[in-house]
Design a protein around this ligand. Structure first.
Ligand code: AMP
Ligand code: MG
Length: 389
Protein backbone atom coordinates (compact mmCIF):
# COMPACT_ATOMS: atom_id res chain seq x y z
CA UNK A 1 0.00 0.00 0.00
CA UNK A 2 1.42 3.39 -0.95
CA UNK A 3 0.78 6.82 0.58
CA UNK A 4 -1.60 9.37 -0.90
CA UNK A 5 1.27 11.59 -2.03
CA UNK A 6 3.12 8.69 -3.71
CA UNK A 7 -0.11 7.66 -5.44
CA UNK A 8 -0.65 11.22 -6.61
CA UNK A 9 2.89 11.39 -8.00
CA UNK A 10 2.42 8.17 -9.93
CA UNK A 11 -0.97 9.29 -11.22
CA UNK A 12 0.44 12.59 -12.42
CA UNK A 13 3.22 10.71 -14.21
CA UNK A 14 0.54 8.95 -16.28
CA UNK A 15 -0.73 12.15 -17.93
CA UNK A 16 0.67 15.02 -19.98
CA UNK A 17 -0.96 18.24 -21.20
CA UNK A 18 -3.29 17.87 -24.18
CA UNK A 19 -2.61 19.59 -27.51
CA UNK A 20 -3.27 23.27 -28.06
CA UNK A 21 -6.27 24.27 -30.18
CA UNK A 22 -7.48 27.68 -31.35
CA UNK A 23 -11.03 28.56 -30.37
CA UNK A 24 -13.09 31.70 -31.01
CA UNK A 25 -13.34 34.10 -28.11
CA UNK A 26 -17.01 33.18 -27.60
CA UNK A 27 -15.98 29.62 -26.77
CA UNK A 28 -12.96 30.38 -24.61
CA UNK A 29 -14.60 31.05 -21.22
CA UNK A 30 -13.59 28.45 -18.65
CA UNK A 31 -10.95 27.02 -20.99
CA UNK A 32 -7.27 26.99 -20.09
CA UNK A 33 -5.14 29.51 -21.93
CA UNK A 34 -2.20 27.49 -23.24
CA UNK A 35 0.12 30.19 -24.53
CA UNK A 36 0.56 33.86 -23.67
CA UNK A 37 -1.51 36.24 -25.81
CA UNK A 38 -0.69 39.87 -26.61
CA UNK A 39 -2.71 42.96 -27.36
CA UNK A 40 -2.38 43.98 -31.00
CA UNK A 41 -3.26 47.60 -30.14
CA UNK A 42 -3.25 49.86 -27.06
CA UNK A 43 -6.41 50.73 -25.15
CA UNK A 44 -7.53 53.39 -25.36
CA UNK A 45 -5.75 53.89 -28.70
CA UNK A 46 -5.87 57.69 -28.19
CA UNK A 47 -6.24 60.00 -25.19
CA UNK A 48 -9.98 59.77 -24.52
CA UNK A 49 -12.43 61.84 -22.56
CA UNK A 50 -13.80 60.19 -19.42
CA UNK A 51 -16.80 62.55 -19.22
CA UNK A 52 -19.16 64.72 -21.23
CA UNK A 53 -17.87 68.30 -21.23
CA UNK A 54 -15.52 70.69 -23.02
CA UNK A 55 -11.91 70.02 -24.04
CA UNK A 56 -9.62 72.99 -23.39
CA UNK A 57 -5.97 73.76 -22.62
CA UNK A 58 -5.24 73.03 -18.97
CA UNK A 59 -3.25 76.25 -18.53
CA UNK A 60 -6.40 78.26 -19.20
CA UNK A 61 -8.62 76.44 -16.73
CA UNK A 62 -9.86 78.64 -13.92
CA UNK A 63 -13.22 79.67 -12.59
CA UNK A 64 -14.94 82.38 -14.71
CA UNK A 65 -12.64 81.74 -17.70
CA UNK A 66 -14.48 82.01 -21.06
CA UNK A 67 -13.97 79.95 -24.22
CA UNK A 68 -15.35 79.85 -27.72
CA UNK A 69 -16.71 76.44 -28.77
CA UNK A 70 -15.18 75.64 -32.19
CA UNK A 71 -16.41 72.12 -32.80
CA UNK A 72 -17.34 68.73 -31.41
CA UNK A 73 -15.56 65.45 -30.65
CA UNK A 74 -17.92 62.49 -30.21
CA UNK A 75 -17.19 58.77 -29.70
CA UNK A 76 -16.21 57.43 -33.10
CA UNK A 77 -16.04 60.93 -34.61
CA UNK A 78 -13.05 62.90 -33.39
CA UNK A 79 -12.48 66.64 -33.93
CA UNK A 80 -9.91 67.08 -36.68
CA UNK A 81 -8.61 70.58 -35.92
CA UNK A 82 -6.57 72.01 -33.10
CA UNK A 83 -7.79 73.73 -29.94
CA UNK A 84 -6.12 77.15 -29.67
CA UNK A 85 -5.99 79.76 -26.93
CA UNK A 86 -9.45 80.72 -25.69
CA UNK A 87 -11.02 77.85 -27.59
CA UNK A 88 -12.95 74.76 -26.48
CA UNK A 89 -14.31 71.64 -28.20
CA UNK A 90 -17.55 70.04 -27.06
CA UNK A 91 -16.55 66.49 -26.13
CA UNK A 92 -18.31 63.27 -25.06
CA UNK A 93 -17.26 60.20 -23.10
CA UNK A 94 -14.95 57.95 -25.13
CA UNK A 95 -14.19 60.62 -27.75
CA UNK A 96 -10.59 61.47 -28.71
CA UNK A 97 -9.21 64.54 -26.92
CA UNK A 98 -8.30 66.94 -29.76
CA UNK A 99 -4.81 68.30 -30.36
CA UNK A 100 -4.06 71.31 -28.21
CA UNK A 101 -6.48 70.24 -25.46
CA UNK A 102 -5.24 68.79 -22.18
CA UNK A 103 -8.25 69.09 -19.87
CA UNK A 104 -11.94 68.27 -19.97
CA UNK A 105 -14.15 70.63 -18.01
CA UNK A 106 -17.23 68.58 -17.19
CA UNK A 107 -20.48 70.03 -18.48
CA UNK A 108 -21.82 70.40 -14.92
CA UNK A 109 -19.09 73.01 -14.27
CA UNK A 110 -19.91 75.09 -17.37
CA UNK A 111 -22.59 77.57 -18.37
CA UNK A 112 -23.15 77.97 -22.10
CA UNK A 113 -24.61 80.72 -24.18
CA UNK A 114 -24.52 80.17 -27.94
CA UNK A 115 -20.88 79.44 -28.89
CA UNK A 116 -19.51 80.77 -25.62
CA UNK A 117 -18.92 78.82 -22.42
CA UNK A 118 -17.89 80.07 -19.00
CA UNK A 119 -16.42 77.87 -16.29
CA UNK A 120 -19.05 78.51 -13.64
CA UNK A 121 -17.92 76.10 -10.92
CA UNK A 122 -14.51 75.30 -9.50
CA UNK A 123 -13.36 72.59 -11.97
CA UNK A 124 -11.17 70.57 -9.55
CA UNK A 125 -7.88 68.84 -10.37
CA UNK A 126 -8.96 65.83 -12.41
CA UNK A 127 -8.45 66.36 -16.15
CA UNK A 128 -11.00 63.62 -16.98
CA UNK A 129 -8.68 62.30 -19.67
CA UNK A 130 -7.87 58.62 -20.01
CA UNK A 131 -4.35 58.52 -21.43
CA UNK A 132 -3.58 56.45 -24.54
CA UNK A 133 -2.57 52.96 -23.44
CA UNK A 134 -3.84 53.64 -19.93
CA UNK A 135 -5.67 50.31 -19.75
CA UNK A 136 -3.08 48.28 -21.68
CA UNK A 137 -0.34 48.91 -24.19
CA UNK A 138 0.27 47.10 -27.46
CA UNK A 139 2.17 43.92 -26.52
CA UNK A 140 0.69 43.73 -23.01
CA UNK A 141 -1.15 40.49 -22.52
CA UNK A 142 -2.24 37.53 -20.47
CA UNK A 143 0.20 34.95 -19.15
CA UNK A 144 -0.44 31.21 -19.52
CA UNK A 145 -1.53 28.86 -18.14
CA UNK A 146 -4.70 30.40 -16.83
CA UNK A 147 -8.37 29.40 -16.53
CA UNK A 148 -10.12 32.08 -18.55
CA UNK A 149 -12.72 34.10 -16.63
CA UNK A 150 -15.42 36.36 -18.07
CA UNK A 151 -13.18 39.35 -17.27
CA UNK A 152 -10.33 37.71 -19.24
CA UNK A 153 -12.69 37.27 -22.19
CA UNK A 154 -13.61 40.97 -22.07
CA UNK A 155 -9.94 41.91 -21.85
CA UNK A 156 -8.94 39.70 -24.79
CA UNK A 157 -11.79 41.12 -26.85
CA UNK A 158 -10.54 44.66 -26.13
CA UNK A 159 -7.06 43.46 -27.10
CA UNK A 160 -8.46 42.39 -30.48
CA UNK A 161 -7.64 38.73 -29.89
CA UNK A 162 -10.34 36.87 -31.83
CA UNK A 163 -8.93 33.34 -31.63
CA UNK A 164 -7.56 31.97 -28.37
CA UNK A 165 -4.99 29.17 -27.92
CA UNK A 166 -6.40 26.78 -25.32
CA UNK A 167 -5.77 23.21 -24.24
CA UNK A 168 -8.03 20.62 -25.81
CA UNK A 169 -10.60 19.50 -23.25
CA UNK A 170 -9.36 16.17 -21.88
CA UNK A 171 -11.55 13.25 -22.93
CA UNK A 172 -12.52 11.19 -19.88
CA UNK A 173 -14.40 7.89 -20.22
CA UNK A 174 -16.40 6.87 -17.16
CA UNK A 175 -17.36 3.22 -16.68
CA UNK A 176 -19.67 2.03 -13.91
CA UNK A 177 -19.37 -1.66 -13.19
CA UNK A 178 -21.87 -3.90 -11.46
CA UNK A 179 -24.85 -6.18 -12.03
CA UNK A 180 -26.81 -4.22 -9.42
CA UNK A 181 -26.73 -0.90 -11.29
CA UNK A 182 -29.29 0.81 -13.52
CA UNK A 183 -29.22 4.30 -14.98
CA UNK A 184 -31.15 7.16 -13.33
CA UNK A 185 -34.68 7.24 -14.74
CA UNK A 186 -34.75 3.51 -15.41
CA UNK A 187 -36.88 1.05 -13.47
CA UNK A 188 -34.71 -0.74 -10.90
CA UNK A 189 -35.38 -4.35 -9.90
CA UNK A 190 -35.72 -5.24 -6.22
CA UNK A 191 -32.00 -6.06 -5.92
CA UNK A 192 -30.81 -3.07 -7.88
CA UNK A 193 -29.65 0.48 -7.14
CA UNK A 194 -29.14 3.52 -9.32
CA UNK A 195 -25.67 4.29 -10.66
CA UNK A 196 -24.65 7.58 -9.11
CA UNK A 197 -20.87 7.76 -9.25
CA UNK A 198 -20.46 8.26 -12.97
CA UNK A 199 -22.89 11.19 -12.82
CA UNK A 200 -21.19 12.84 -9.86
CA UNK A 201 -17.78 12.38 -11.44
CA UNK A 202 -18.92 13.71 -14.81
CA UNK A 203 -20.18 16.85 -13.06
CA UNK A 204 -16.98 17.22 -11.06
CA UNK A 205 -14.67 16.68 -14.05
CA UNK A 206 -16.62 18.82 -16.50
CA UNK A 207 -16.67 21.69 -14.01
CA UNK A 208 -12.87 21.45 -14.11
CA UNK A 209 -12.71 21.51 -17.91
CA UNK A 210 -12.98 17.89 -19.08
CA UNK A 211 -15.34 16.35 -21.60
CA UNK A 212 -16.61 13.28 -19.76
CA UNK A 213 -18.42 10.41 -21.46
CA UNK A 214 -20.59 8.08 -19.41
CA UNK A 215 -20.30 4.68 -21.07
CA UNK A 216 -22.90 1.92 -20.80
CA UNK A 217 -22.77 0.16 -17.42
CA UNK A 218 -20.41 -2.81 -17.53
CA UNK A 219 -21.88 -5.95 -16.02
CA UNK A 220 -19.78 -8.17 -13.79
CA UNK A 221 -18.70 -10.35 -16.69
CA UNK A 222 -15.48 -10.40 -18.68
CA UNK A 223 -17.12 -9.73 -22.07
CA UNK A 224 -19.19 -6.81 -20.76
CA UNK A 225 -16.23 -5.12 -19.09
CA UNK A 226 -14.05 -5.83 -22.13
CA UNK A 227 -16.49 -4.11 -24.45
CA UNK A 228 -16.71 -1.12 -22.09
CA UNK A 229 -12.93 -0.76 -22.19
CA UNK A 230 -13.08 -1.01 -26.00
CA UNK A 231 -15.54 1.89 -26.10
CA UNK A 232 -13.21 3.88 -23.87
CA UNK A 233 -10.16 3.38 -26.08
CA UNK A 234 -8.44 6.59 -27.05
CA UNK A 235 -9.64 8.60 -24.06
CA UNK A 236 -7.03 10.64 -22.22
CA UNK A 237 -8.28 9.12 -18.99
CA UNK A 238 -10.34 5.97 -18.46
CA UNK A 239 -12.03 5.76 -15.07
CA UNK A 240 -13.75 2.61 -13.87
CA UNK A 241 -15.90 2.59 -10.78
CA UNK A 242 -16.38 -0.43 -8.58
CA UNK A 243 -15.19 -3.97 -9.08
CA UNK A 244 -11.77 -2.96 -7.84
CA UNK A 245 -11.55 -5.07 -4.68
CA UNK A 246 -10.67 -8.75 -4.67
CA UNK A 247 -14.18 -10.23 -4.46
CA UNK A 248 -15.28 -12.96 -6.87
CA UNK A 249 -17.08 -10.36 -9.00
CA UNK A 250 -14.30 -7.78 -8.99
CA UNK A 251 -13.08 -8.05 -12.53
CA UNK A 252 -11.55 -4.66 -13.25
CA UNK A 253 -7.94 -5.61 -12.48
CA UNK A 254 -7.91 -8.94 -14.38
CA UNK A 255 -9.77 -7.58 -17.41
CA UNK A 256 -7.63 -4.44 -17.53
CA UNK A 257 -4.50 -6.60 -17.31
CA UNK A 258 -5.80 -8.81 -20.11
CA UNK A 259 -6.25 -5.68 -22.22
CA UNK A 260 -2.65 -4.69 -21.71
CA UNK A 261 -2.89 -2.33 -18.74
CA UNK A 262 0.50 -1.73 -17.18
CA UNK A 263 -0.34 -1.28 -13.53
CA UNK A 264 1.39 1.51 -11.60
CA UNK A 265 -0.06 0.63 -8.23
CA UNK A 266 -2.97 -0.97 -6.46
CA UNK A 267 -4.17 0.19 -3.01
CA UNK A 268 -3.55 3.50 -1.34
CA UNK A 269 -3.29 4.09 2.41
CA UNK A 270 -6.36 6.25 2.63
CA UNK A 271 -9.93 6.27 3.88
CA UNK A 272 -12.19 6.24 1.97
CA UNK A 273 -10.66 4.86 -1.20
CA UNK A 274 -8.17 2.12 -0.34
CA UNK A 275 -8.78 -0.14 -3.38
CA UNK A 276 -7.59 2.36 -5.94
CA UNK A 277 -5.64 1.12 -8.95
CA UNK A 278 -3.95 2.95 -11.77
CA UNK A 279 -1.82 2.36 -14.80
CA UNK A 280 -1.37 2.94 -18.47
CA UNK A 281 -3.64 1.33 -21.06
CA UNK A 282 -2.51 2.05 -24.60
CA UNK A 283 -2.33 5.82 -24.92
CA UNK A 284 -4.74 6.32 -22.00
CA UNK A 285 -4.20 6.68 -18.29
CA UNK A 286 -6.47 4.29 -16.43
CA UNK A 287 -7.73 4.74 -12.89
CA UNK A 288 -9.90 2.19 -11.12
CA UNK A 289 -11.91 3.82 -8.35
CA UNK A 290 -13.69 2.02 -5.53
CA UNK A 291 -17.44 1.69 -5.95
CA UNK A 292 -18.73 3.17 -2.73
CA UNK A 293 -20.21 6.47 -3.83
CA UNK A 294 -18.39 8.68 -1.36
CA UNK A 295 -15.10 6.86 -1.96
CA UNK A 296 -15.44 7.45 -5.68
CA UNK A 297 -16.21 11.14 -5.25
CA UNK A 298 -13.47 11.70 -2.66
CA UNK A 299 -10.97 9.99 -4.98
CA UNK A 300 -12.31 12.25 -7.73
CA UNK A 301 -11.38 15.31 -5.71
CA UNK A 302 -8.10 13.98 -4.35
CA UNK A 303 -6.72 12.22 -7.45
CA UNK A 304 -8.70 12.86 -10.63
CA UNK A 305 -8.88 16.65 -10.19
CA UNK A 306 -5.06 17.00 -10.03
CA UNK A 307 -4.69 14.68 -13.05
CA UNK A 308 -7.14 16.79 -14.96
CA UNK A 309 -5.34 19.99 -14.05
CA UNK A 310 -2.13 18.49 -15.40
CA UNK A 311 -3.90 17.38 -18.60
CA UNK A 312 -5.09 20.97 -18.95
CA UNK A 313 -1.54 22.26 -18.61
CA UNK A 314 -2.20 23.90 -15.26
CA UNK A 315 0.92 23.90 -13.13
CA UNK A 316 -0.65 24.58 -9.74
CA UNK A 317 -2.94 22.29 -7.82
CA UNK A 318 -5.83 23.28 -5.58
CA UNK A 319 -4.16 24.26 -2.30
CA UNK A 320 -4.55 22.39 0.97
CA UNK A 321 -5.99 24.93 3.39
CA UNK A 322 -5.95 25.32 7.17
CA UNK A 323 -8.74 25.73 9.71
CA UNK A 324 -9.21 25.23 13.44
CA UNK A 325 -11.20 22.33 14.79
CA UNK A 326 -14.57 23.38 16.19
CA UNK A 327 -14.88 20.02 17.94
CA UNK A 328 -12.25 17.45 18.98
CA UNK A 329 -11.49 14.48 16.71
CA UNK A 330 -10.41 11.02 17.82
CA UNK A 331 -7.07 9.40 17.02
CA UNK A 332 -6.65 8.36 13.37
CA UNK A 333 -5.67 4.87 12.21
CA UNK A 334 -2.80 3.91 9.88
CA UNK A 335 -4.43 5.34 6.72
CA UNK A 336 -4.92 9.01 5.83
CA UNK A 337 -8.55 9.89 6.49
CA UNK A 338 -10.43 12.36 4.29
CA UNK A 339 -13.35 13.24 6.56
CA UNK A 340 -16.48 14.91 5.24
CA UNK A 341 -16.67 18.22 7.07
CA UNK A 342 -18.10 21.71 7.10
CA UNK A 343 -15.87 24.80 7.21
CA UNK A 344 -17.45 28.02 8.39
CA UNK A 345 -15.67 31.19 9.49
CA UNK A 346 -12.32 29.40 9.67
CA UNK A 347 -13.64 26.61 11.91
CA UNK A 348 -14.06 23.04 10.70
CA UNK A 349 -16.41 20.35 12.00
CA UNK A 350 -16.30 16.73 10.80
CA UNK A 351 -19.59 14.88 10.41
CA UNK A 352 -20.09 12.18 13.04
CA UNK A 353 -21.06 9.57 10.43
CA UNK A 354 -18.20 8.99 7.99
CA UNK A 355 -19.63 5.87 6.27
CA UNK A 356 -18.36 5.93 2.68
CA UNK A 357 -21.76 4.98 1.28
CA UNK A 358 -23.54 8.15 2.46
CA UNK A 359 -23.96 10.62 -0.38
CA UNK A 360 -26.39 12.64 1.76
CA UNK A 361 -23.52 13.48 4.13
CA UNK A 362 -21.18 14.33 1.24
CA UNK A 363 -23.85 16.66 -0.09
CA UNK A 364 -23.81 18.68 3.12
CA UNK A 365 -20.01 18.84 3.28
CA UNK A 366 -17.96 21.68 1.83
CA UNK A 367 -14.57 20.31 2.83
CA UNK A 368 -12.52 17.17 3.31
CA UNK A 369 -10.70 17.34 6.64
CA UNK A 370 -7.35 15.60 6.09
CA UNK A 371 -6.12 13.40 8.95
CA UNK A 372 -2.57 12.12 8.36
CA UNK A 373 -1.84 8.44 9.05
CA UNK A 374 -1.46 7.82 12.79
CA UNK A 375 -2.54 11.35 13.72
CA UNK A 376 -3.23 11.46 17.49
CA UNK A 377 -6.53 12.74 18.90
CA UNK A 378 -6.84 16.49 18.38
CA UNK A 379 -8.59 18.94 20.71
CA UNK A 380 -10.96 21.72 19.65
CA UNK A 381 -8.88 24.70 18.51
CA UNK A 382 -6.13 22.57 16.89
CA UNK A 383 -5.06 23.63 13.40
CA UNK A 384 -5.86 21.04 10.73
CA UNK A 385 -5.64 20.78 6.94
CA UNK A 386 -8.52 20.46 4.55
CA UNK A 387 -9.37 20.42 0.86
CA UNK A 388 -12.27 22.60 -0.28
CA UNK A 389 -15.07 20.81 -2.08
P1 AMP B 1 -17.75 -2.67 -5.62
O1 AMP B 1 -16.43 -1.99 -5.47
O2 AMP B 1 -18.09 -3.00 -7.03
O3 AMP B 1 -17.82 -3.86 -4.70
O4 AMP B 1 -18.83 -1.65 -5.10
C1 AMP B 1 -18.86 -1.18 -3.77
C2 AMP B 1 -20.21 -0.59 -3.48
O5 AMP B 1 -20.41 0.55 -4.29
C3 AMP B 1 -21.37 -1.51 -3.75
O6 AMP B 1 -22.33 -1.28 -2.74
C4 AMP B 1 -21.89 -1.05 -5.09
O7 AMP B 1 -23.25 -1.32 -5.27
C5 AMP B 1 -21.62 0.43 -5.04
N1 AMP B 1 -21.41 0.99 -6.36
C6 AMP B 1 -20.51 0.54 -7.29
N2 AMP B 1 -20.54 1.28 -8.40
C7 AMP B 1 -21.48 2.23 -8.19
C8 AMP B 1 -22.00 3.30 -8.96
N3 AMP B 1 -21.52 3.57 -10.19
N4 AMP B 1 -22.95 4.10 -8.41
C9 AMP B 1 -23.41 3.84 -7.18
N5 AMP B 1 -22.98 2.85 -6.39
C10 AMP B 1 -22.03 2.05 -6.88
MG1 MG C 1 -19.32 -4.24 -7.99
Amino acid sequence: MISVSEALQQLLALVAPTEIEQVPLTQAAGRVLAEPVQATRPQPPFAASAMDGYAVNRAEVERHAMFKVIGESAAGHGFQGRVGAGQAVRIFTGAPVPDGASFVVIQEDVSRSGDLITISEHPGDSDYIRPAGGDFKQGDGLAAPRVLSSADIALMAAMNIAMVPVRRRPDVALISTGDELVMPGEIAGPDQIIASNTFGLKALLEALGARARILPIARDTVPSLTSAFELAAGADLIVTIGGASVGDHDLVAPVAAQMGMEQSFYKVAMRPGKPLMAGRMGTSAMVGLPGNPVSAMVCGHVFLAPMLRKLLGLTEQFPVQQATLAEPVVKNGPRAHYMRAVVKNGEITAFSNQDSALLSVLGQANALLIRPPGDPAQPAGATVSYLSL
